[in-house]
Design a protein around this ligand. Structure first.
Ligand SMILES: *Cc1c(COP(=O)(O)O)cnc(C)c1O
Ligand code: SF4
Length: 330
């Protein structure tokens, strides 16, 4: 079994990247470890330093810059208020009818902009407190949908996931199950037969899966097409959410291509998120007015079902906050 790359020096050697900023890269990787899945590493061999995939995962000197000026206090370690929304360890209840389970602390890759890079996972993961999570869900009949998220829930074994799904299936007021994951595009081998079986049982059919994909090139990784068609074949509803990231997908053409290729693989673009302001990620931010212009361009060019909703997560709000995108008369 090939293992994930976690050592910056090994990554550079494998990918044949030039050696720049070595101390800074290592310092950034000390704060939030490097992690690149084998399938992704394969795809990145020979990538240019500004490759939109590499930029999402390669630790950089920019992460060490403390954000100056008026936004300094915005780049906090818990920007979306997760710690306030805990109902049980690893169970976040922010929105009406929906509760989010931090099913696993682990991810197949480490995205440098991740808003959970500073989240106290080990203590907050639901797997160690599963009975408490189940009884909190059982005790709240207003919750109709459970989201397995993380980290990445598919980091768990199929056995552990099957047990979770079985316990959730016994709570009568739960009507829907949703899985948020990055695996199918960065580690498509994870979409194996036992996983498809456990997600295609009748109790929650159709299970909703929200994929995290930011760039059309992520769909070119060998095995991704097959994984997506297997998920569709198993009857799941597939959506994608993306984060708008400077230097990754902040161009009209890149977003158009992403949305088209997603739909051509049976995946509906769902949300385009403005960056959550977490310490060390300021260099990825695309300002809201620019984001609005990009989505206006998508609306003018694409069918309505291909255009994701532009949102921001604001702590304490009752839903992801929609960013209004008016079409100026032209
Ligand atoms: C984002 C999120 C959800 C899901 O929101 P939707 O708008 O339904 O996709 C649910 N719970 C929490 C805690 C979230 O952060
Ligand atoms: S897969 Fe999601 S939770 Fe994991 S590091 Fe990336 S953005 Fe964060």
């Amino acid at each position: 079994m090939p293992r994930a790359l976690t050592d910056p020096a090994e990554l550079r050697a494998r990918l044949r990247l030039p050696l720049v900023d070595r101390p800074a890269v290592e310092a950034a990787a000390q704060r939030f470890p490097l992690k690149i899945s084998p399938a992704l590493a394969e795809r990145l061999v020979g990538a240019a330093p500004d490759d939109p995939l590499l930029r999402q995962f390669m630790p950089s000197a920019d992460e060490l810059v403390e954000e100056p000026g008026p936004h300094a206090d915005l780049y906090r370690s818990d920007p979306v208020g997760d710690l306030q929304a805990q109902r049980a360890p690893g169970l976040l209840h922010k929105y009406r009818g929906r509760a989010l389970v931090i099913a696993s602390a682990a991810c197949p890759v480490h995205c440098r902009y991740c808003f959970r890079r500073e989240y106290p996972y080990a203590a907050a993961s639901a797997t160690n407190h599963w009975d408490q999570v189940v009884s909190a869900l059982r005790g709240d009949p207003t919750i109709h949908e459970v989201l397995l998220s993380g980290g990445d829930p598919l980091s768990l074994s199929n056995h552990a996931l099957a047990r979770m799904v079985a316990d959730l299936a016994e709570i009568p007021h739960l009507r829907r199950l949703r899985v948020h994951t990055r695996f199918p595009t960065v580690a498509p081998d994870r979409v194996d037969d036992p996983l498809l079986r456990l997600l295609s049982g009748p109790r929650f059919a159709p299970v909703v899966m929200v994929l995290h994909v930011n760039h059309a090139d992520e769909l070119d990784i060998p095995g991704v097409d097959a994984a997506l068609s297997r998920l569709r074949g198993a009857g799941l509803l597939l959506f994608a959410q993306s984060v708008l990231l400077r230097g990754v997908n902040d161009r009209e053409g890149a977003l158009v291509q992403l949305c088209e290729r997603l739909v051509e693989r049976g995946v509906v673009p769902y949300y385009l998120h403005l960056l959550d302001r977490v310490r060390g990620a300021a260099h990825f931010e695309v300002p809201e007015p620019e984001a609005v212009q990009l989505v206006q361009a998508l609306i003018r060019r694409l069918p309505g079902y291909m255009v994701p909703r532009l949102v921001r997560e604001v702590a304490g709000e009752p839903a992801k906050t929609p960013i209004p995108v008016a079409l100026a008369a032209s």
